[in-house]
Design a protein around this ligand. Sequence first.
Ligand code: SF4
Ligand code: SF4
Length: 310
Amino acid sequence: MGKVYKKLKESFLKDPLTKESTNHYKVSRALLVYSTFAILVLWPLGAIILLRGNAFGLAIALFFSGLQGPFLIGYAFAHTALKQWWRWFVLASGGLGILLFSLIDAVNLDIDGFFELLILGIAGPAIGHTMITTIVGPLIFGRVLCRWGCWRAMVLERLPIGKGSGRRKGVWVWMPLVGISISLIAAVLFALTSKGIRTESFWSVAFGIAVYYVVSIAMALYLQDQRAFCKYLCPAGFILHWTSRSALLHVSGDAEMCTDCNVCTEVCPMDIPVARRVKSGTSISKGDCILCQRCVESCPIGVLKTIFKK
Ligand code: SF4
Ligand code: SF4
């Protein structure tokens, strides 16, 4: 009984990836700027759309995205032991917003939905969503959505497994190409069978979402890596790898201060050799950083910070 209680307490109080970390109570200004934006812009906008009564799904999405504001403030000031939960609340509110929008308005917001609209030459929510979250937004904010608003990640991050044992080589190197190709082929097939008119139903969108969940959870369990799908197969991840390479918002470290203890590398869920890059003065991200803040929180002497490039 005592052992079970201890295990439960540990899983609640310790991040499965970082295990233990040092809390410097450093509050990222970039995160607080977004919190303010979420509270002051997204909620009022959602309320206006709801009152006009013409886009219930979008209003719900804005309400949940706005919830990220207070949760981010909670995360910023929480004790280390509870940070993982605040971080997950932010992720889940963003992820649920997108998920509910997709289901309520029956729209496929994923990359295959985006490609399908492009092929058909039709404007639609998937175009705006992909432009903001995957193509233009990441030029400024990097892969922030992958960690703070993805509906797949909100489930993957609660799986009782860790972060894997490093980037896989061999056939896995080509998997991102496979992911984006499957997306393109699916889009072409949808477009060919739609006869020029895009028809989606709740059930077709729900089926697509279920396929993504089954594949991403199966990959995570098979590779014992919460972020396996994000690293190897996510079609959005394939594009984000390129669009976020030189993002203005990024993690930066002071090579002079760094003691090369490697803690940051050990906790990184995306297998980024953070310590080596800090020491060599190269970009930490290179298209893979999801701005999860684990390295920032775990560095024992507070070398790392999340900043906008000057
Ligand atoms: S480099 Fe740091 S912020 Fe980026 S994914 Fe790795 S641990 Fe997270
Ligand atoms: S955790 Fe901090 S001190 Fe240790 S290697 Fe990383 S940046 Fe350097």
